[in-house]
Design a binder for this molecule. Structure first.
Ligand code: ZN
Length: 304
């Protein structure tokens, strides 16, 4: 039972535009996100930055497989991609897994193939908020391409998935080619623009709008309208108390936009969600079109 559901429905009904029947698959909540909540309040342990437990295997993608791969890799000329692919390692991400730690050396870059990685700022009192996210469109650790040797933010997996990992030493050789260097520059511009969008969104848009934006981006990168999500994790991403998230998700569920139970989130009305979310969701898509000609593939991924 969602806390304050009836009251939230009464307060927010006018802000919700559409209704639909709910689709829901019951599931047990694994609550792995709490592993990061705990670790974020500990002092950094040093070393390689907490990603040594990632399982890695070499992959050799055929040209046809690139159609389902990371957008940045897909945007490369074939010759530039082929020069890199034997150095890529396939890794799987678990929810709540920390793959980069602020101030620690960037040993690898992660081209996200499926799932979503949040960039997190942790305050001295342990409170956290998401200040950016990397999904199918990008790469975690891109700043290494510009000589920044240490991670700028914590990077934590919010939607489980997989990525192609590249050793940083290989990156520097590969970037001697003009096409990868140009693409990384365009992606860096997008990332900085997104940090600004996130900052403005966190300050100016309502919790409900920010929550909707977050859910839409999460679904896009999960490749499904249904995915695992705990309210603890969502409150950590949005930088608010869990009770506030409960009220908002209760209102959205009451309006037929989502269905949420036992750690399982289902988006049940995509048009209604996009119409109610803040402008930032569409702004991100517009920014992506400046980077990739094949940005429509990003949207297509959500309905696969
Ligand atoms: Zn916004």
């Amino acid at each position: 039972m969602l806390v304050g559901r009836r009251a939230a429905c009464r307060l927010d009904r006018d802000a919700i535009r559409t209704r639909t029947s709910a689709i829901f698959e019951p599931s047990q909540c694994t609550d792995q996100s709490l592993s990061y909540v705990s670790s974020a309040r500990k002092k950094p342990s040093g070393g390689a930055g907490g990603h040594g437990d990632v399982m890695a295997t070499h992959v050799f993608l055929s040209h046809s497989n690139r159609q389902a791969a990371n957008l940045l890799l897909n945007a490369l000329p074939v010759s530039d991609y082929e020069s890199l692919q034997t150095n890529l390692q396939h890794v799987e991400f678990a929810r709540g897994q920390q793959i980069q730690r602020e101030h620690q050396p960037i040993d690898h870059l992660y081209f996200v193939q499926r799932g979503l990685v949040s960039l997190i700022r942790t305050m001295r009192d342990g409170r956290t908020v998401e200040i950016g996210a990397v999904g199918l469109e990008g790469v975690v650790g891109w700043s290494a391409a510009f000589g920044i040797s240490n991670a700028l933010f914590d990077a934590v997996v919010q939607i489980p998935g997989e990525a192609l990992r590249l050793d940083r030493k290989t990156l520097s050789v590969w970037l001697e080619r003009s096409a990868p260097r140009m693409l990384f520059t365009r992606y860096a511009e997008f990332s900085i623009r997104e940090l600004g969008q996130h900052a403005a969104c966190n300050r100016l848009h309502s919790l409900e709008q920010r929550c909707l934006r977050w859910l839409l981006i999460a679904a896009d990168n999960a490749g499904s309208e249904t995915f695992q999500l705990t309210q603890d994790f969502l409150s950590m991403m949005l930088g608010v108390q869990r009770t506030a998230v409960s009220v908002v998700t209760g209102a959205l569920q009451c309006a037929g936009l989502i269905h949420y139970l036992r750690g399982r989130m289902a988006l049940t009305n995509r048009p209604g969600l996009e119409a109610t979310a803040c402008e930032c969701y569409q702004a991100t898509r517009e920014s992506l079109r400046l980077v990739y000609d094949n940005v429509d593939r990003f949207g297509a991924a959500r309905s696969a």
